[in-house]
Design a protein around this ligand. Sequence first.
Ligand SMILES: O=C(O)c1ccc2[nH]nc(Br)c2c1
Ligand SMILES: O=C(O)c1ccc2[nH]nc(Br)c2c1
Length: 162
Amino acid sequence: MRRAVCPGSFDPIHNGHLEVIARAAGLFDEVIVAVSTNYAKKYRFSLEDRMEMARETLASLRGIIVEPMGEGLLAEYCRHRGVSAIVKGLRSSSDFDYELPMATMNRQLAGVETVFLPAEAHYVHLSSTLIKEVNVLGGDISDFVPKSVLKRLLAGEPATDH
Ligand SMILES: O=C(O)c1ccc2[nH]nc(Br)c2c1
Ligand SMILES: O=C(O)c1ccc2[nH]nc(Br)c2c1
């Protein structure tokens, strides 16, 4: 059984993420969406909310598990969960430059490969950060996130620190 992981903060999950995860689900028997918690980082949504948004927006796909990644090394997480591949979307060459050293390190640390999926052309500009910035300044982000995520962003829930 081939298991992959899509790690991220998903703060919040958006249409670009969903497209990459759906394609990963077509390549592997099981895909874990591992939601990160980094206590040094300030998140817009809590870990629970970020996992809930991922679960509800991925509900129609088979073989998807959404769970916390915890604080440790991704390589250790992969070893512990029997993951054979990390799947990441690539939007640009700068994504590739950023991801390549980590992919090499993860293979050396735990023998886990990284599979890069080129993001859909119409999502290459999307990031959770940009979506939050446009939203807070009153821009229309309805084309970039599922309705359930839009609702939470418009509710202007208070920021949390993890
Ligand atoms: O949500 C994130 O932090 C994040 C980052 C980088 C990413 N690459 N591919 C995916 Br799906 C992804 C998600
Ligand atoms: O949302 C982000 O921050 C983010 C980052 C990096 C990413 N690579 N591919 C995707 Br989809 C993606 C999304």
